[in-house]
Design a protein around this ligand. Structure first.
Ligand SMILES: Cc1cc2nc3c(=O)[nH]c(=O)nc-3n(C[C@H](O)[C@H](O)[C@H](O)COP(=O)(O)O)c2cc1C
Ligand code: SF4
Length: 427
């Protein structure tokens, strides 16, 4: 069912201005935290809520915070991950553009929970309006005394620094984000150590996604149990799904976790464009396996989507109709991952290029019989053998599309053309 938690006031055109945001309840949770809660209580209420990270992996937020060694003499850092570069994903953008105060209030609460006094907001280079709205929101928050020294008359100090990225997908990966923040190239780092122990400037650091933190003011005001009453047993609350592709009404929809995929596509996104047949759906950003039409009743929660053979990932639901050539889909995704590989580890640096070259050849009528085995062999050699998950992300669409649509690959190789009529390109 559609639930407006994060989107409660999203259509208010003035919400990005601090006075209007305050009228609608902004910074009440921040005041409550500062004036009446201990750090441990904030962690506990978020644990009680069952909130899991919305950046992709779905790791429990309160648990992640509790890995930070608060007694460490080093400073602790909170970094908000606003890099949002997964193809199809545009949910954080709408929060930053329309409701930036909820987002930065969430960063403040997360910072307080880990005893951090310097927080960072790392935003994707291409997101210009989001960047301007967040910059203005941070300025306004300083002017109203919600940031800075002795906030609201307490002894708590917090700074917030906005950092604009160069627009690289890899800089959304948390360790590459930290390298980039430090002024280095955005290269991923081997884990462990995990950022909670050794992150920014080798100090304890938490990286949290925009949608994750935007939930925090609501959880603080309404309680963990309130949040946990929405969603499923293990996937609590709501999720913003970015629906794109062949649907009548693409867009961002906030639904309770556990809502069936069919309901999202047919009730909210208006059903298939031109009433064509659905071919398949990528349910969690371009890096997860496709779901087939007979899996449309899969509830959209972390466990059910995994049980169906895919992942909820970034919440980007990409819908494809019967006229979509899956070799072409695999080719453009391979091109993206090749382009975005940071190049630090060999299987990804070399493998993504090979995947693309072979797919490009097949797509353009130059495929060979043995190519399918080579593609699978390559993809399986990348998977699990790289420093970060970008390598797996590149391998997945290849493995998944060959598994589900092998006949299309074979037809391409044998007949030098597409099995399906494509909406996108002349063949
Ligand atoms: C290649 C790659 C790109 C990623 N891009 C993003 C991103 O744009 N935004 C994001 O929040 N997390 C992204 N992540 C996940 C982050 O590494 C990290 O898990 C997340 O920011 C943690 O926040 P959460 O606990 O609130 O989900 C990416 C991961 C990988 C491997
Ligand atoms: S998997 Fe790719 S993107 Fe990730 S560290 Fe290795 S080379 Fe870089």
């Amino acid at each position: 069912m559609q639930k407006h938690v994060l989107f409660e006031h999203i259509t208010d055109p003035q919400l990005h201005n601090i006075d209007r945001a305050i009228e609608l309840g902004a910074y009440k949770a921040w005041e409550k935290v500062l004036k009446s809660m201990k750090r441990e209580e904030v962690v506990q209420v978020v644990k009680d809520s069952g909130l899991r990270g919305r950046g992709g992996a779905g790791f429990p937020t309160g648990l992640k915070w509790s890995f930070v060694p608060v007694a460490s003499p080093k400073p602790k850092y909170l970094c908000c991950n606003a890099d949002e570069s997964e193809p199809g994903t545009c949910k954080d953008r709408v929060l930053m553009e329309c409701d930036p105060h909820s987002v930065i209030e969430g960063v403040m609460i997360a910072a307080f929970a880990i005893d951090c006094h310097t927080s960072f907001f790392y935003i994707r280079g291409e997101y210009d309006l989001s960047m301007r709205r967040i910059e203005k929101a941070i300025d306004e928050a300083y002017k109203k005394g919600f940031l800075g020294k002795n906030i609201l008359g307490t002894d708590y100090d917090l700074e917030m620094i906005l950092h604009r990225g160069g627009g690289a997908y890899i800089c959304g990966e948390e360790t590459a984000l930290l390298s980039s923040l430090e002024g280095e190239k955005g290269l991923s780092r081997i884990k462990p150590p995990f950022p909670a122990v050794s992150g920014l400037y080798a100090c304890p650091t938490v990286v949290n996604n925009v949608e994750t933190v935007a939930n925090l003011p609501r959880i603080v005001m309404n309680g963990g149990q309130w949040y946990a009453s929405m969603g499923t047993e293990k996937s609590k609350g709501t999720r913003i799904f970015s629906v794109s592709g062949h649907v009548k009404k693409p867009g961002n929809y906030e639904l309770e976790l556990g809502t069936p995929l069919r309901t999202l596509i047919y009730d909210y996104a208006g059903g298939m464009l031109d009433d064509k047949k659905l071919k398949c759906v990528i349910p969690g950003g371009s890096s997860v396996p496709v779901l087939m039409p007979d899996q449309l009743d899969t509830p959209l929660d972390f466990e059910s989507v995994q049980a169906a053979g895919s992942m909820l990932g970034s919440g980007a639901v990409i819908v494809m109709n019967e006229d979509t050539c899956m070799v072409w889909v695999a080719e453009i995704l391979a091109h993206f991952y090749m382009h975005e590989s940071c190049g630090k580890c060999t299987p990804c640096r070399q493998g993504t290029g090979w995947l693309y070259e072979i797919l490009h050849r097949i797509e353009h009528g130059l495929g060979k019989k043995e190519d399918l085995d080579t593609l699978l062999d390559l993809a399986k050699n990348i998977e699990g053998n790289t420093i970060c998950a970008l390598g797996d992300a590149a391998a997945t669409p290849v493995i998944s599309t060959i598994k589900q649509f092998r006949n299309e690959y074979e037809y391409h190789i044998e007949h030098k053309k597409c099995l399906v009529k494509s909406d996108f390109r002349l063949r």
